[in-house]
Design a protein around this ligand. Structure first.
Ligand code: ZN
Length: 411
């Protein structure tokens, strides 16, 4: 799904250079589908090297998948690696091509065994940090808070077919932003991880990457050159291989799926019209600055303006409440528990700790995105994600509790 040169790139919004679109392709972007069935229940997980999946794409893909294969909506999960070096999501993605992957995978289904395991990898770090003057790091380069909460868990789901081919589903919580706002299309570190795992196992292996509860988590290099995205991706890939090679896949006992919607409160102040007026004034100020000052000063102002714009657009989309889809796809003692947004690490860890499953794999950026989902404590502190989120304090805890209930109902 590599976009043509000139395509507008995702993330960083008006960051310098983003206005020109992609200048070249460094490495290809992919969408991949994994389909598994047991006892008449079939589930499909689609992964992609994209920043997010728009809700309308999800509903179109699910409608086509249902028509072509009979797999119902609650069994189809569509995820993004949160790649910031891929296309901006307008014009819309080709939902028919994404759906076609599932139909092709269904035709290719063969008897298989399954195993799940975890490893650890420290290429990620909490990114909420203040500068010495007390101000928060914001776009385009967030900070590195090595004392802050983080989750280094790598989860590996290994599907081994009787014919010797396999799929390795990887989960790791970390923004795909090693490259920063560069102008070449790339899948960033998750691309390198998937290539590493596929190269290690050789032909007949599909590696699929899903992100986790990554709202406040960045890579330890940000920004860096392509060599750094490769290096970090290979460190993660080596851990995936290490975990996968210690697993003994066995016949599957159970597949189950469910999904639901959680209504999250959206900030009501300032009134939307007033916010729109403030943003227009901000834009005018940025224009004046561009004509008069050093590019760095303009960038700072533009980044603050864009962060406010992001929040405003989401608030306008949602009104008084954002509906966030949550979805659970269980296979044996593992469950992919997905959120349509960017869950903060502590909330993800709390969900996992209260889940009845032995392996609860938080999957972020699935099926849609409502934006950042921080815990109440972070709202009190402030910072970039709090300025960008349309949600009100308490939304994160509400989502967490709904997920725990959903997992208990399925477990
Ligand atoms: Zn993000």
């Amino acid at each position: 799904m590599t976009p043509p040169v000139g395509t507008a790139l995702a993330g960083y919004y008006v960051a310098e250079g983003r206005r020109s679109g992609a200048r070249s392709t460094h490495d290809d972007l992919h969408a991949k589908a994994l389909v598994f069935e047991h006892d008449g229940i079939t589930a499909a997980v689609i992964t992609s090297d994209l920043i997010a999946i728009p809700a309308d794409v999800t509903s179109t893909v699910r409608a086509i998948v249902k028509e072509q294969t009979g797999i119902p909506d609650h069994c189809v999960m569509i995820t993004a690696s949160h790649n910031h070096s891929g296309p901006a999501l307008s014009p819309p993605l080709r939902a028919d091509l994404i759906a076609g992957l599932v139909a092709a995978a269904v035709r290719e289904m063969r008897p298989a065994r399954f195993a799940v395991g975890i490893g650890t990898c420290a290429i990620n770090v909490n990114r909420r940090k203040r500068r010495p003057d007390g101000s928060w790091f914001g776009l385009p380069f967030l900070g590195q808070n090595f004392e802050g909460p983080v989750d280094h868990t790598v989860t590996v789901l290994r599907f081994e077919r009787d014919d010797g081919s396999r799929a390795v589903l990887i989960n790791y919580p970390c923004h795909a932003v090693v490259l920063g706002p560069n102008l070449e299309v790339s899948a960033d570190y998750p691309g390198a991880t998937q290539r590493f795992v596929e190269a290690y196992f050789g032909a007949g292996t599909l590696a699929l990457f899903t992100n986790g509860a990554e709202g406040d988590i960045n890579p330890i290099v940000h920004p860096g050159p392509f060599a750094e995205a490769d290096r970090l991706g290979c460190i993660l890939g080596a851990e995936v291989v290490k975990v996968a090679e210690q697993l003994t896949p066995r016949p599957v006992q159970r597949v189950a799926a469910a999904h639901g919607a959680v209504s999250l409160p959206v900030a009501s102040s300032p009134p939307l019209e007033e916010e729109a007026r403030l943003l227009a004034a901000w834009e005018a100020r940025c224009r004046t600055l561009r004509a008069s000052l050093s590019p760095d000063a303009v960038l700072d102002e533009e980044m603050s303006w864009t962060t406010a714009q992001l929040r405003h657009l989401r608030r306008r989309r949602f009104g008084t409440a954002a509906t966030a889809e949550v979805q659970y796809i269980a296979i044996d003692d593992a469950v992919l528990a997905s959120v349509a947004g960017e869950l903060f690490t502590v909330l993800g860890q709390q969900v996992r700790a209260s889940s009845p499953f032995a392996h609860t794999v938080l999957v972020g950026l699935a099926n849609d995105s409502v934006g950042y989902i921080p815990p109440r404590s972070c709202f009190q502190e402030g910072g970039f994600e709090i300025e960008a989120t349309p949600l009100e304090p308490g939304a994160g805890e509400k989502l967490r509790d709904a997920m725990i209930s959903g997992l208990r109902a399925l477990g």
